[in-house]
Design a protein around this ligand. Structure first.
Ligand SMILES: *Cc1c(COP(=O)(O)O)cnc(C)c1O
Length: 395
């Protein structure tokens, strides 16, 4: 019988890897998907096995076959040395940071970072004696002027949360590595499918698996992939926190991975279609989407990224808060809610001005972030067209 156990090797194509990575079919009676292993205790055959701790599985917090399958698949997809799976995207960020920093360190964080990342730096890291300094996401190689002897980490995110600025990750990585600092990237928007993080110089790449890996708004999960240099400390820190994810969520994430390339291609197509349509609307001042040719980040996106996804923002012309509420409250297809990456369309109003520290956020009008789902584009446009009518009527 042909052996279907997957270790296809990274020279195979992306879609082949997505279909086969992490599967050990012969260990599960030929069934395709790794089952949900639930468990705390793992029975050992004898006292010697308990002592040496070299059994494949030792205790539930240290991994199960379901978790291991997802880690292996993610490592292969990301081109990493190893990965850990955590209970949320935010916990993936915090465990990745804590695997690097120690008291007295200085870290550099992009001013465009996901807001809860900032709150962790200003809350927990500050209390532990780690100093956070924010930098302009457009800084590129200019980050050299901010590096200190005690700078241990540069945190990047591209495009920026809500505001969609691109970052020159290879340039930042070159400077950071020359000064012995590590580079962490929140790669949730592009995923390793559209931005291979470790090939571009990232040491620790974070993915909120809650978004496109899950793809159906029904799970919470985080992943951190790391290169050879960063992986041992990542694994050690992860084990010390016992920050293990739930088995159902890991199972669903692994299932989501098999169709992720298809779903991302469609998210890209839908996102670009809606973004382009919005660019032509008289109520819209600007669309923030790096795959659009006139976006300030387009050249970097084109050089470093392999695709775009279905999340972007728009700046409206000046309208009152009341008018924006009238527009959004009456939408029938776009849900009002946080998170993204599912099959359904969402929109939220946002304002970065309240939390930025080194770059100004003054877009000149109300800002909306769209997550474009898989609905028919004509229906989505009709829903927004009615919304724009309410916007103008209520202003
Ligand atoms: C949603 C998100 C996270 C956090 O993921 P959770 O699973 O919701 O904790 C982190 N980074 C980015 C860019 C996100 O959009």
């Amino acid at each position: 019988m042909q052996n279907f156990d997957g270790k296809p090797g990274s020279q195979r194509g992306l879609r082949t890897r997505l279909a086969h990575a992490g599967r050990k079919t012969s260990e599960q009676f030929g069934f395709i998907n790794t089952p949900i292993y639930r468990g705390s205790t793992v029975l050992h055959p004898d006292t010697r096995s308990l002592e040496t701790r070299n059994a494949p599985y030792i205790y539930g917090t240290k991994g199960t076959p379901t978790i291991r399958a997802l880690e292996e698949a993610w490592t292969e997809l990301s081109g990493a040395a190893g990965s850990v799976v955590t209970p949320s995207g935010l916990s993936a960020i915090t465990v990745a940071i804590l695997s690097v920093v120690k008291a007295g360190d200085h870290i550099l964080v992009t001013d465009s970072a996901y807001r809860p990342t900032r709150m962790f730096c200003e809350g927990v890291l500050k209390r532990l004696g780690v100093e956070t300094e924010y930098y302009d996401p457009a800084i590129g190689a200019g980050i050299a002027s901010l590096m200190r002897d005690r700078t241990s980490l540069v945190l990047t995110e591209a495009p920026g949360s809500q505001s969609f600025e691109m970052q020159d990750i290879p340039a930042i990585a070159e400077v950071a590595h020359a000064r012995s600092a590590l580079v962490l990237m929140d790669n949730t928007w592009a995923t390793p499918i559209f931005f291979p993080p470790h090939e571009r110089g990232v040491d620790l790449a974070v993915e909120a698996g809650t978004k496109y890996l899950g793809g159906h708004s029904d799970l919470l999960l985080g992943l951190v992939s790391a290169n050879e240099r960063a992986y041992p400390a990542l694994r050690e820190t992860f084990d010390l926190f016992a920050m293990c994810a739930g088995p159902e969520d890991a199972f669903l994430a692994l299932r989501g991975m098999r169709t992720m390339a298809l779903r991302l291609r469609e998210a890209e197509r839908q996102g670009l279609a809606l973004a382009t349509w919005l660019q032509g609307r008289p109520e819209v001042a600007r669309v923030l989407h790096p795959a659009l040719p006139d976006d300030p980040g387009h050249a970097i996106w084109k050089r470093d990224f392999l695709g775009s996804t279905g999340l972007f923002s728009v700046i409206l012309k000046p309208f009152s808060k009341k008018a924006v509420a009238a527009m959004l409250d009456g939408l029938e297809l776009f849900g009002l809610g946080y998170s993204w990456g599912g099959y359904e369309s969402l929109v939220i109003p946002f304002d970065c001005a309240s939390y930025r520290s080194v770059t100004a956020w003054d877009p000149g009008g109300p800002a909306l972030r769209f997550q474009v789902g898989l609905e028919d584009m004509a229906d989505l446009q009709a829903d927004l067209e009615a919304g724009f009518a309410r916007l103008k009527a209520a202003d």
